[in-house]
Design a protein around this ligand. Structure first.
Ligand code: DGP
Length: 153
């Protein structure tokens, strides 16, 4: 408990007044980058990856989405699944996106299996400034190949 109390910081008080424990920011570069990027910018670097004008290691592609390795991997296996339709962030989706969102999860699962992640993995969607989103084209992170910790930072 002492360790958790040490990590409590003012920004971890929720809008409803609940106190939450957060890990110290050990990825200041990524978080700072995400906070600078906050907003709905389009097109993003991911549009260029979809257009193949920026190279990426593509693991899977169909008419609705693409999966490719993250350029800054946070685990032995770290890939992203993105829709071809440039939805900026998960907080902007609507009922019309239900099928597409399900498809992204199915592709994440199949690609994880193809990557050999038989002991499990984590799927993450960062949204907006507090979610530390840095690229405003919706994407699922799939991370695996090591033991994950909880709570996340
Ligand atoms: P997020 O913080 O959730 O918006 O994550 C964006 C991710 O995108 C981050 O993990 C790094 C990755 N990324 C950014 N630029 C590129 C790129 O040009 N190529 C690839 N493969 N990944 C990128």
């Amino acid at each position: 408990m002492a360790a958790l109390a040490r990590d409590l910081c003012p920004r971890s008080v929720s809008p409803r007044g609940q106190r939450c424990y957060t890990a110290p920011d050990t990825q200041d570069g990524e978080v700072a980058k995400a906070q600078r990027a906050a907003g709905d910018h389009a097109p993003t670097i991911f549009s260029k990856i979809l257009a193949r004008t920026v190279p990426a290691t593509v693991l899977y592609e169909d008419e609705k989405c693409m999966a490719f390795r993250d350029v800054a991997p946070q685990a032995p296996v770290h890939f992203l699944v993105i829709p071809k339709q440039p939805i900026p962030r998960v907080s902007r989706v609507g009922p019309e996106d239900t099928e597409l969102l399900g498809h992204l999860l199915v592709v994440a699962s199949r690609t994880a299996r193809a990557e050999g992640l038989h002991d499990g993995y984590r799927v993450v969607i960062n949204d907006g400034k507090h979610g530390a989103q840095s690229v405003y084209h919706l994407h699922l992170h799939v991370l695996g190949g090591r033991q994950m910790g909880w709570p996340p930072g």
